[in-house]
Design a protein around this ligand. Structure first.
Ligand code: DAH
Length: 339
């Protein structure tokens, strides 16, 4: 029996040594050490032994079992380690390979131009504010000196959401909100979307963008207005740009002006962009009407101010030679990727 045990042990040792993978090692464990394994089976044959021999033999079998068990777990570890090594070798990274290119987002051309404009006005000490797109009649018209029956209401086709609730037709509403909450000196711009029920074509869109500006302090004059807007126009269009102030009318300013700059496309000779005139209109402005100051609780005898509203979309289409304003709002990637 002892020889039989030695033979089984030797066979087990040999087989375990030669096992090639985890599956084989598990099969060997079952074959020798499992419930029906050969080494377990030999224990059951001890019935034929004398009572003195039994414990000795039992000990030998147990020793053999634990020896083989030790070998099995050692071999199992070895096999695992080898597999990991092989895997790592196969997975080495070639750091000379070119990297995968990631798609990055880009600024919308409107935002690029707006960022430039914000830089210019911030460098002149203006704060940048935000205002609501859904406005009340009160802020969009009444306080801007446009009462209900005023003909100037026809200048802007309004989207009504309710009797008094509208989509703002102009960022000028921000002037009123600012004067209600800040005391002079005031120096702010407020960029944002505005809405008008216009016929849609290459130069008109029902949604477009304005930047409102407002300055209120003691002793503000038309010279300040001209200085600030000329500076702005030269920074955005280049130092040689000529700036022209034309008399105009807005209910909330008196006097009112419209500002033209030399056409950046033709340099003033006249072309398709400026419709042959050599000039491009970029903004409306004026001295804040005393009525407006008064309605906001600011004494027009003590304070004066100027305001302006710049169209952002026209500035963007002329700078990038975009032929149709609608392209700015369609979010077609093929268009946007060009900037
Ligand atoms: N709100 C005017 C418009 O939409 C633009 C404008 C003109 C704004 C004169 C002003 C201003 O603040 O003083 O046509």
């Amino acid at each position: 029996m002892k020889e039989k045990l030695e033979a089984i042990k030797a066979a087990a040792v040999n087989a375990v040594k030669n096992a090639a993978d985890e599956k084989q090692i598990e099969e060997l464990r079952v074959a020798y050490l499992g419930k029906k394994g050969e080494l377990t089976a030999i224990l059951k044959q001890m019935g034929g032994l004398s009572p003195e021999e039994r414990p000795k033999m039992g000990q030998l079998v147990n020793e053999a079992k634990s020896y083989v068990e030790g070998l099995v777990s050692k071999k199992r570890e070895e096999i695992k380690q080898k597999a990991t090594e092989l895997k790592l070798k196969a997975e080495t990274i070639d750091i000379t390979m070119p990297a995968k290119k990631r798609e990055t987002g880009k600024l919308h051309p409107l935002n690029t131009v707006l960022d430039d404009m914000i830089d210019i006005f911030q460098s002149m000490g203006f704060d940048v504010l935000d205002g609501p797109e859904v406005e009340t009649d009160h802020y969009n018209f009444e306080c801007l000196n446009v009462p209900a029956d005023h003909p100037a209401r026809d200048m802007q086709d309004t989207f009504y959401l309710g009797e008094n609730l509208i989509l703002r037709t102009q960022t000028s509403a921000a002037q009123i909100r600012t004067m209600e909450t800040r005391k002079p000196p005031i120096r702010i711009i407020c960029p944002g979307r505005v809405f008008r029920a216009d016929e849609v074509d290459a130069t008109h869109s029902p949604v477009f963008h304005q930047i409102e500006g407002l300055v209120v302090d003691k002793g503000i004059t038309m010279c300040d207005l001209k200085g600030v807007l000329e500076q702005f126009a030269r920074e955005i269009y280049g130092p040689d740009t000529e700036v022209k102030f034309r008399p105009s009318f807005f209910p909330f300013t008196e006097p009112s002006v419209e500002v033209d700059v030399t056409c950046s496309e033709c340099g003033g000779k006249g072309c398709r962009v400026c419709k042959g005139s050599g000039w491009i209109e970029i903004l409306g402005a004026g001295m804040v009407h005393p009525n407006v100051l008064r309605m906001c609780g600011i004494d027009p005898e003590v304070y004066s101010g100027f305001a302006f509203g710049i169209g952002l979309d026209r500035l963007t289409t002329t700078r990038y030679k975009i032929s149709d304003i609608r392209l700015l709002f369609e979010n077609d990637k093929r268009f946007l990727e060009q900037f």
